[in-house]
Design a protein around this ligand. Structure first.
Ligand SMILES: [Zn+2]
Length: 216
């Protein structure tokens, strides 16, 4: 059962998808992964990084693409056009391989919204580490308006150790995912704190939502 859609914890972790950059991928038998070029590591890319990403993305143990996304607040950020080009590349892989996309979004909601509208992806887009206020959730949620809830497409929100409780309480149950990311807490501790804020046991729901988007 997968509960943790996004972690940087070391393998093995049978309940998690471990996020890794292409140049550091050394798979452990039975572990599930996502592979992508983090916006912070764009500056460390070599000539072979993109082709390595493409090759790894096809592996059956790589069940999601990313994390990829946008961050201009980190020191020495890659230029925006470059972050967009790299992101588009990940979307193309996600769509052609039918694997969900895991997105790192630091105050770049508008860019993600406009790319979503332009590209019309059929794969789920997961905004990881979602700790934004309610109005940001609502902005993304509008895109989910006409998606049939039984389809695993649309935007999902992955909540971690830090989250806005009002936003979590307003999030449609079918759109909630959970993650540890870099937190030292376990995924079950994080789901327990999300559950307390939502006043219901979110564990079975997180497991169901995760299984649905991973089609497992
Ligand atoms: Zn991360």
């Amino acid at each position: 059962m997968i509960l943790d859609i996004h972690t940087h914890h070391p393998a093995p972790d049978s309940e998690a998808i471990i996020s890794i950059v292409p140049d550091k991928f050394c798979p452990l038998e039975g572990q599930l992964y996502s592979v992508g070029i983090h916006p912070w590591s764009i500056s460390e890319m070599t000539d072979g990084t993109l082709s390595r990403l493409e090759e790894l993305a096809q592996r059956p143990d790589v069940v999601a693409i990313g994390e990829t996304g946008f961050d201009m607040t980190h020191e020495n950020p890659a230029p925006m056009f470059r972050q967009i080009n790299i992101f588009r590349h990940h979307v193309m892989l996600s769509e052609s391989l039918h694997k969900p996309l895991i997105i790192h979004d630091v105050k770049m909601h508008d860019v993600i919204l406009s790319l979503y509208k332009e590209l019309g992806p059929s794969q789920p887009w997961i905004i990881h580490g979602f700790r934004n206020k309610l109005s940001v959730l609502q902005m993304f949620e509008r895109l989910n308006g006409d998606i049939n809830a039984s389809e695993p497409s649309g935007i999902y929100f992955s909540f971690g150790a830090r989250f806005n409780a009002d936003t979590l309480r307003a999030c449609p149950l079918s759109r909630i995912l959970a993650e540890t990311d870099e937190s030292p807490l376990s995924i079950r501790e994080i789901i327990a704190s999300l559950s307390a804020a939502r006043d219901m046991d979110l564990l079975p729901l997180v497991a169901d939502n995760t299984a649905r988007i991973l089609r497992r």
